[in-house]
Design a binder for this molecule. Structure first.
Ligand SMILES: [Zn+2]
Length: 150
């Protein structure tokens, strides 16, 4: 992806802490396009698409959301719960997009590992290929995601 003035402006927004504590970029000093390209390469190398990944995340969130705040068994290895908070998160990309401020927590029953994502994470992965910068509160590592949810 090439650097355009709009993209630079978007990067400013993503780095600012106005939207979420520490912004979406965390401590990551790479350009937005580099972060997106690197993560996308990792996704492709593992043989997945962003759609598959986001689709699976959405499926888990939908299953977990059937029981308010309680753990729901997803399969023999995974359980998940959805925690709702008041308010909405706005997608930083320039298009209308507001998402419930809810977080899905997934736990691997054998390893005890956990991973969490917001509805906005799912949207940013599927629509913008953005997993957030390293060090941001909701950065998701593609590799950890695959191992957990597939
Ligand atoms: Zn968006």
């Amino acid at each position: 992806m090439k650097e355009s003035p709009q993209r630079r402006e978007l990067e400013e927004v993503l780095r600012s802490s106005k939207l979420v504590a520490y912004g979406f970029m965390g401590m990551d000093t790479r350009h937005l396009s580099e972060i997106i390209d690197n993560d996308l390469a990792e996704v492709s190398r593992a043989g997945y698409t962003l759609e598959q990944l986001a689709g699976r995340m959405q499926e888990i969130t939908d299953q977990a959301a059937t029981r308010f705040g309680g753990w729901v068994e997803i399969n023999e290895n995974l359980r998940a719960r959805v925690v709702e908070a008041k308010g909405r998160l706005v997608c930083p990309w320039p298009h209308p997009g507001r998402f419930n401020k809810r977080v899905t927590m997934v736990e691997h029953l054998k390893t005890g590992e956990t991973i969490s994502w917001s509805d906005l994470n799912i949207h940013m992965i599927s629509e913008h290929g953005f997993f957030e910068g390293k060090g941001s509160a909701f950065r998701l590592e593609p590799e950890e995601l695959f191992q957990m949810i597939f």
